[in-house]
Design a protein around this ligand. Structure first.
Ligand code: ADP
Ligand code: MG
Length: 240
């Protein structure tokens, strides 16, 4: 389970996360929606210790993320992140991108890592692309490799930060389909997205963020059809 208590995050003197508290259960799928600049990415990055919070407590299963003694490598093996820009290593093949961390960080043998990597490539529909370099792949294919790379560490938690925002429209569906296929398969997933149809289909709960706060939490049914908050409704009226 993920537990966040009274999280406060500043960049300089600007407060970007204001007293965030929430709980997310094992195997739950949460979509985070909200306007640009509302703190969605910063919130995800705090969960993964890519950003340091000034105040508050974050627990991700057995990891106390806000503890200064945190082992960052172990946390990031446990909670994988998929970014808007796929961030693949350009000089490595798809399979090498996937096997790098399992070999270096988890000390898996090359043979085991490659075998697992091939299975993961199949799982994201790229069984025939193991030797392709990122520049030989479409944006949608690169993002699917990035998802396979995150899965290769066998994380319990997957964090997605606008995984389809950098894609041409015709490639959004194939990436969302892969994410959907992972949902409720034993991993906790937190997905920042502007794809409202997807959020509605895949999530157990939706968090609406604005101005550094989680302003409303509810089932997708509730948030998308009868949100309580004025700001939630205003935001949705602009993008739906
Ligand atoms: P979102 O993902 O919802 O668009 P962000 O978490 O990226 O929002 O940003 C929240 C606020 O924090 C914005 O005002 C943004 O400009 C600011 N911010 C984000 N990252 C940094 C940074 N590294 N340094 C200074 N300000 C930042
Ligand atoms: Mg963002």
């Amino acid at each position: 389970m993920i537990e966040v208590s009274n999280l406060q995050k500043y960049f300089g003197d600007k407060q970007v996360l204001k007293d965030i508290s929430c709980e997310i259960k094992d195997n739950e799928v949460v979509c985070v929606i909200g306007p640009s600049g509302s703190g969605k990415s910063t919130f995800l990055r705090c969960l993964n210790a890519l950003e340091k919070a000034q105040e508050g407590i974050i627990k991700v299963n057995e990891f106390v993320v806000t503890d200064p003694r945190l082992d960052h490598n172990k946390l990031r093996a446990h909670a994988g992140m998929v970014f808007q820009r796929f961030n693949l290593f350009p000089h490595m093949t798809a399979l090498e991108n996937i096997t790098l961390a399992p070999i270096k960080v988890k000390k898996e043998s090359t043979e085991v890592a490659r075998q697992k990597g091939r299975e993961l490539l199949k799982r994201v529909g790229l069984g025939d692309k193991e030797n392709s370099y990122p520049h030989e792949l479409s944006g949608g294919q690169q993002q699917r490799v990035a998802i396979a790379r995150a899965l290769a560490m066998d994380p319990q938690v997957l964090l997605f930060d606008e995984p389809t925002s950098a894609l041409d429209p015709e490639m959004v569906g194939e990436v969302l389909d892969v994410i959907k296929s992972l949902a409720h398969g034993g991993k906790t997933m937190i997905i920042v997205t502007h794809e409202m149809g997807f959020a509605r289909q895949v999530s157990d709960r939706v968090f609406f963020m604005d101005g550094g706060q989680i302003l409303e939490v509810g089932t997708p049914e509730k948030i998308f059809t009868k949100a309580d908050g004025e700001r939630t409704r205003l935001f949705l009226s602009k993008i739906l």
